[in-house]
Design a binder for this molecule. Structure first.
Ligand code: AGP
Length: 608
């Protein structure tokens, strides 16, 4: 997510802000910018170092704001970088979050004569604040008035030329904290830019605002009610602050799964008509509606998310769907017909070379290629004809967790969108939209069980190997669970369609061998139980993943049982994947392995 840092006080702001941006680099970003009262603004696409190189020595002042941008609306360019300002360059704003109704606000401002340089929602918010900032208004009043018209999420810091020694900060869902220094006051999106200067911090809560000047700070509601906030003392060092106190980025990113699902769904559900709104596909909807065949391509965990999507799209549309590994598709004879086949490419990084080359080969045959990508402006995002961004936020750990869940969620949205164009009824659409909207809450419940998963992982961290078994919608989950265990604990794990056991794999079953069986209460439940009986009869150890209410039923069969909340069979994979990712993490933790950077692996495989 974007990074924010601001300072007002008696010291020179420029070095404080630039070092603050360097501390924020870990969050992942694609551009950076700075505004200093009295000196102006400077922005650069790319690295913070590029911005530092561009800053003139005279770029001085004692009040300023700065930002590292993780692009959500608009490509990662200098024009789209923050800070953003209004036409008169009176208000300067850095923002983390998504303004859902920015298009409507922009349209109204354009009617009043406003012009815009960028594609961002943030520039619209800056212009709205400036419009409210009439001569008789204080900056904080203008900010409050503007925020009352905003829908979406924000963590912001605002400066102005009219009140050059003031910063106004505000928060709704995107974290904002204040640093209380001896020589000034800080605002930031997390502790990392502040820790070097002070450990005394104040956390803003949703719909709260802070006004900072060299003489002090105060916190109010958007209705100017002054709030007494607790000043907390941070114990973290910089590194643990980057991980928000979690031991590894992987754990932090798993704990972010509910937010990642929420951001993936944000603004895309239409409950009243049981439909889905995916703006990135708007221009190609006619060709999507006419599709007679779908191919989905990806690598690694993205491929297993693709397999989950394959089953969902087939189930809701009746259209034949197949998944082909990108490293295979790019070399096979093309059988996709441009007149009726669509290729989806799934990639968190948007830079996986096999996936990119598969896209290029498909485009040589005139195939419409649509991307599901997390990194805005990445190569795959740019080379596909259209697509859907995950909005899952940056994923630092090599092992993909929240991004995989987000990929499954986007594919579920695509399945509903295509289903409603292929005969899926209004009541079914309404039901599915209602079910998918509950996933963040249900995912939070799954994560609450992480300590039990850690306990169970201790029992199996010495297993000689593992099977992961699933059927139908749980089949791809088995593969995702297996790759997670392999890549961070280095334990050999194989996934199978559970029905395959009797065709050979069952010969491996013995007491030292673990079988993880996906057995939620779905249409395959009884079959999955039979598989567990086969394994039990041969002395194999079983960890079962089921749904709440079935724990007792499986107790006699499995050595350990984990459960997830009930939901519709189609979306259960999004929940059952989470305990498997946590299980792999805690096994690797027990084995004291370098979890965020496993041996031999890279976060994005940009080589062949
Ligand atoms: C996932 O845990 C792995 N790190 C890896 O399989 C990854 O999913 C694969 O390399 C695809 O990456 P992408 O989504 O960035 O294209």
């Amino acid at each position: 997510m974007c990074g924010i840092v601001g300072y007002v006080g008696s010291r020179s702001a420029s070095p404080i802000l630039m070092n603050g941006l360097r501390a924020l680099e870990y969050r992942g970003y694609d551009s950076a910018g700075i505004y200093i009262s009295g000196a102006g603004a400077m922005k650069r696409a790319g690295q913070v170092s590029a911005l530092a190189d561009a800053l003139p020595a005279s770029f001085e002042g004692t009040c300023g704001i700065a930002h590292t941008r993780w692009a959500t609306h608009g490509a990662p360019t200098e024009v789209n970088a923050h800070p953003h300002t209004d036409g008169e360059e009176s208000v300067w704003l850095v923002h983390n979050g998504i303004i859902e109704n920015y298009a409507d606000i922009r349209a109204e401002l354009v009617k009043d004569g406003a012009t815009f340089k960028s594609d961002t929602d943030t520039e619209v918010l800056a212009a709205l604040i400036a419009k409210k900032y009439t001569e008789d208004m204080l900056l904080e009043d203008a900010v409050a008035a503007a925020l009352k018209e905003v829908r979406g999420t924000y963590g912001i810091a605002v400066a102005s030329t009219r009140e050059p020694e003031k910063i106004v900060a505000a928060r709704l869902a995107s974290p904002i904290m204040l640093g209380i220094g001896t020589d000034g006051y800080y605002v930031a999106s997390d502790a990392t830019p502040i820790l070097k200067h002070t450990r005394e911090v104040v956390y803003l809560d949703d719909r709260e605002m802070a006004i900072l000047t060299p003489d002090g700070y105060r916190v109010t509601t958007l209705s100017k009610e002054v709030l007494q906030k607790e000043v907390e003392t941070l114990e973290w060092d910089i590194e643990s602050a980057q991980k928000k106190g979690y031991e590894h980025f992987m754990l932090k990113e798993m704990m972010e799964i509910p937010d990642a699902i929420e951001n993936t769904l944000r603004g895309r559900l239409v409950p009243a008509s049981g439909e889905v709104n995916l703006g990135g596909l708007r221009d190609v909807l006619p060709r999507i509606k006419n599709a007679k065949r779908i191919v989905i391509t990806a690598c690694g965990s993205a491929f297993y998310a693709a397999q989950a999507g394959e089953l969902l799209i087939e189930e809701l549309t009746g259209i034949p769907v197949e998944t082909v590994l990108a490293s295979e598709l790019r070399y096979r004879r093309n059988t996709m017909d441009p007149n009726d086949t669509i290729l989806f490419a799934i990639s968190q990084s948007g830079e996986t070379l096999d996936t990119l080359e598969a896209i290029r080969e498909a485009k040589r045959h005139g195939i419409l290629v649509l991307g599901v990508v997390n990194v805005v402006g990445s190569s795959i995002a740019r080379e596909t004809d259209a697509g859907v961004y995950n909005h899952a936020g940056p994923e630092i750990s090599v092992a993909s967790t929240k991004a995989v869940i987000s990929q499954m969620t986007v594919l579920a949205l695509i399945a509903i969108l295509m289903g409603r164009n292929n005969g899926l009824s209004l009541p079914d659409g309404e039901r599915l939209v209602k079910e998918i909207a509950r996933l963040p809450e249900l995912a939070r419940k799954v994560l609450e069980g992480h300590e039990k998963i850690q306990e169970i992982a201790k029992k199996y961290s010495d297993t000689t190997g593992a099977f992961y078994l699933g059927r139908k919608f749980q089949y791809p989950v088995a593969y995702e669970g297996a790759i997670k265990l392999k890549e961070i604990s280095y334990i050999h794990a194989e996934a199978y369609g559970a029905g395959e056991m009797k065709h050979g794999p069952i010969a491996l079953i013995e007491p030292a061998f673990l079988s993880v069986v996906l057995a939620p209460e779905d249409s395959m439940y009884e079959k999955s139980k039979s598989n567990m009986q086969e394994i039990r009869a041969r002395g194999g150890r079983i960890l079962a993943i089921t749904t709440e209410g079935k724990e007792e039923d499986l107790k006699g069969l499995a050595d350990d049982v984990l459960s997830v909340p009930k939901t519709g069979e189609l979306f259960l994979p999004i929940l059952t994947t989470i305990p498997l990712q946590l299980f792999a993490y805690y096994v690797a933790l027990r084995r004291e392995l370098p979890i965020d950077k496993p041996r031999n692996l890279a976060k994005s495989v940009t080589v062949e």
